[in-house]
Design a protein around this ligand. Structure first.
Ligand SMILES: [Zn+2]
Length: 379
């Protein structure tokens, strides 16, 4: 007897499958015999898509953060996202408190620890090199194993002040001293110049805000991918969207994707203000924008499931397979015109968009507002 049996779920390639869940894990998948039973059966009649649970690699959800704050479940399960990674809101000073705060959340929460001990309390946390305390970072990681999954360095002029590339050099040392944890690097206005940043990055490092429209962008003024980024990608450096209020340009994304430069991970950089007022709104909205620049449903879903799990070393997540965590996202692809805004104020009309209906976290089903009013679940 399973805990939950989902019948006739449509997976992103369009085929149908059954999924059985037991003790928070996927216990069986495929075409299951009609005699198979469970405490709870959800028959989707082939009308609802199911993927591994969506992972948002870049959010801000430390409620006590003065500038960029939100609640984990409002950026998570309320919009079908089963796992969020807070990208540097906290440093060594506050990460223990953040951990305690997240114990009540239904959404899985992990963090990239800001290399500055204050996190993003001010906008310029790396302007004083004394804020980067290697011992403090090491001890915070030791105190929070499994919660801190990587480190974050924000490498743009307003953050680093006069320090240029120096904080990134220290970030790479910290990474080496801590078992090669994933490193996420925010890019924006220079200095430091993007070429200087890219040349320091190695396999598995993540560049977030990859399609920002600022002058220090990944494309040359002629719209061609910079040589430094090309070399970084060939070394295994990863591109993350990190949409945010100021870091996503349709023009840059479209030109890059035309050259084959698709994102490894699609993330929102969501917090309360850009969730409520836009232009982010939700991970689903950010994902839907990528249909307008030529990506397929399967490509978009991979960016928030298997690609994200691989980039973040979340080995039990991101795939629909026996033994994996029973984290799932149930969603519809609605075919209707919808206007999307980027961070530069440009709008594009999409032909279809994603509507999350439910998040299943460790086998527990949590409906979104759209899911609660959906007829599929009413029988
Ligand atoms: Zn951010």
């Amino acid at each position: 007897m399973y805990d939950l049996l989902i019948r006739q779920a449509k997976i992103p390639d369009g085929s149908l499958t059954d999924i059985a869940i037991h003790s928070g894990k996927i216990a069986a998948i495929g075409s299951l015999d009609s005699s198979v039973t469970a405490n709870r059966i959800l028959d989707l009649h082939g009308k609802v898509f199911v993927s591994a649970g969506w992972i948002d690699s870049h959010v801000h959800c430390y409620i006590k953060s003065p500038i960029y704050h939100d609640e984990p479940d409002l950026v998570g399960i309320a919009s079908g996202v089963t796992t969020v990674i807070d990208a540097g809101s906290t440093g060594a000073n506050d990460v223990d408190d953040f951990y305690q705060q997240t114990r009540q959340a239904k959404t899985n929460v992990f963090v990239f620890l800001n290399i500055a001990r204050t996190g993003i309390v001010t906008q310029n946390e790396l302007a004083d090199m004394a804020q980067i305390d290697k011992v403090g970072v090491r001890d915070a990681i030791a105190r929070n194993p499994g919660f801190i999954i990587g480190i974050k360095a924000r490498m743009s002029s307003s953050v680093v002040g006069q320090n240029g590339i120096k904080p990134l050099v220290v970030a790479k040392e910290i990474q080496q001293e801590n078992a090669g944890l994933p490193l996420m690097v925010h890019i924006g206005n220079n200095p430091p110049d993007l070429d200087e940043i890219a040349d320091l990055l190695t396999s598995g490092d993540i560049i977030t805000h990859c399609y920002n429209g600022k002058p220090n962008r990944i494309l040359s003024p002629e719209g061609v991918l910079r040589g430094s980024i090309k070399r970084a990608l060939s070394r295994g450096v990863l591109l993350d969207v990190g949409h945010g209020s100021a870091s996503f340009s349709f023009e840059v994304a479209e030109l890059a994707i035309q050259q084959g430069i698709t994102p490894h991970t699609i993330s929102s950089d969501i917090y309360c203000r850009n969730r409520i007022n836009g232009p982010v709104h939700s991970l689903a909205a950010v994902m839907s924008k990528f249909f307008t620049v030529g990506m397929s449903l399967e490509q978009v879903i991979d960016c928030v499931t298997c690609n994200a799990a691989d980039a973040l070393h979340l080995r039990s997540k991101g795939r629909l397979e026996v033994g994996a965590d029973a984290d799932l996202t149930l969603f519809e692809l609605q075919h209707a015109p919808k206007v999307f805004l980027d961070s530069e104020g440009f709008s594009v009309t999409g032909e279809h968009h994603l509507v999350p209906l439910a998040a299943v976290v460790a086998g527990v089903t949590l409906f979104t507002d759209e899911g609660r009013s959906n007829d599929v679940f009413k029988c």
